[in-house]
Design a protein around this ligand. Structure first.
Ligand code: BJ8
Length: 425
């Protein structure tokens, strides 16, 4: 990343030395993990470019949007509806991060046994290295797992623009009503923030824009069912990660472009993308940039990841919002109808998630499931035990991994994953 952004970062209050350090690590990790992959799908240059400018050009764009009166809203969860943010004239960006930073500072305000995702967000805040956090006019927290719920109480002391959304834990009628009420409250909050009224037309247009983005990602997911896979799991994950940062319309076009090229490559039997090794799906906690550890191990060990049952993947992107409603209430109901289907492990019980893992496994022609749980993530780690049992009972080989963001266990994980892939051959 170039010198030209230094004054922008300084203006956002970033610690330039710490930020340089982070950018150096990110750059080398990206080159090592992504650019060295053999047979990359054609069209990945756009996503490489976005990543190279993730703290540069994209932040410059967001600052320009702000100058023109738009508001930037940061979120940590796929339950925050982009449709409502866009309809109110805002831009939504993801704030989750996938690297340890300023851990000594973090452990002064959070217990050591907090999951890496939460600690990382705090590390980026306390270490002053995240321009997305600093550019956000409003940060939305949500009452999902206990870790996040309580961490937001502390985050509220570190920032003055935190808004917390309540979420149901049970998918009952009352749970549905709670989500609907919370989405209405959020819509009112967005209107107050931007000064823009959410009208039927604006909301319908926003739904259309987000549906188009999701449709493009669904198209990508379907193409990955091809044998051999036309794209590596690492690259597909990257596209799903970029979905949380990029301008939605430009992103949709870029995903459709790469899908066009993949379709052509498949038709011409031009070999690219994933290898021919055992196909697996990954299921579990979301993987935020630059958390590429597990997929990199799987794919350098000869496996091919063909689907992610994750919020940075299918769990976060499947299903569309019905845009047919004629009134605001009908459109808001349709938004809740779509979001209530997100089968996060914070729900109890959560049978849909198991059904989705099975469906994804069969649809993609996978031979095994790797369950990815972040250490200290109660919801996913707890759920991983019955999920593994149920999958094994159905004859689906499953490997349960519990890890964090450090590189300490790479050797041990590699041995386990190689042994698992050997069984799948
Ligand atoms: S809808 S998965 S994005 S909450 S890893 S912080 S669960 S202790 S991220 Fe998530 Fe929304 Fe659910 Fe999706 Fe807690 Fe677990 Fe940490 Fe997690």
């Amino acid at each position: 990343m170039t010198e030209k952004y230094r004054s922008m970062w300084a203006g956002l209050g970033l610690d330039l030395d710490a930020h340089d350090m982070l950018m150096d690590v990110l750059g080398s990790l990206y080159a090592e993990t992504y650019l060295k992959q053999p047979h990359r799908a054609e069209g990945m240059e756009y996503f490489d470019f976005v990543m190279s400018e993730v703290h540069g050009l994209r932040i410059e764009e967001l600052l320009k949007e702000k100058e023109q009166g738009r508001k930037v809203v940061g979120s940590f969860c796929v339950f925050v509806p982009e449709e409502i943010v866009l309809a109110a004239g805002g831009t939504l960006v993801g704030l989750c991060s996938g690297a340890d930073f300023a851990m000594e500072e973090v452990e002064k305000v959070l217990p050591r046994n907090t999951c890496a995702l939460i600690k990382s967000a705090f590390g980026f805040k306390l270490g002053k290295v995240c321009p997305y956090l600093e550019v956000s006019d409003m940060i939305v927290g949500e009452n999902t797992c206990d870790g996040k719920k309580k961490a937001y109480e502390t985050l509220g002391t570190l920032t003055d623009n935190l808004y917390v959304m309540d979420l149901p834990q049970v998918k009952s009628e009352e749970g549905y009503d709670l989500l609907l009420a919370e989405y209405h409250r959020f819509a009112a909050q967005m209107e107050a923030l931007t000064g823009v009224e959410i009208t039927v037309d604006r909301l319908r247009e926003a739904i259309g824009m987000v549906n188009a983005k999701r449709r493009a990602l669904h198209r990508l997911a379907v193409l990955r069912e091809t044998v051999p896979a036309p794209i590596s799991g690492l690259d597909a994950l990257l596209i799903n990660q970029v979905a949380f940062y990029d301008n939605p319309e430009r992103f949709t076009k870029s995903v459709n472009d790469i899908c066009d090229r993949m379709e052509q490559a498949i038709a011409e039997e031009h070999r690219s993308g994933g290898g021919e090794g055992p196909r697996v799906i990954i299921s579990g906690c979301p993987m935020a940039v630059p958390n590429w550890k597990l997929p990199a191990i799987v794919e350098t060990s000869g496996g091919v990841i063909v689907g992610e049952e994750s919020c940075v993947g299918e769990r976060g992107q499947r299903n569309l919002v019905d845009a047919a409603g004629a009134t605001l209430d009908e459109l808001m109901d349709a938004i809740v109808d779509r979001y209530i289907q997100v089968d996060c492990a914070i729900f109890t019980p959560n049978p849909d998630r198991l059904a989705h893992i099975e469906e994804l496994y069969h649809r993609t022609g996978a031979r095994g499931v790797i369950h990815y749980g972040l250490q200290f993530c109660q919801p996913y780690i707890m759920e991983s035990i019955p999920v593994e049992k149920a999958l094994e009972d159905r004859g689906i080989p499953t490997l349960r991994i519990e890890t964090d963001y450090s590189a300490e266990d790479v050797g041990q994980l590699t041995t386990r994953i190689q042994a698992f892939l050997e069984i799948l051959k």
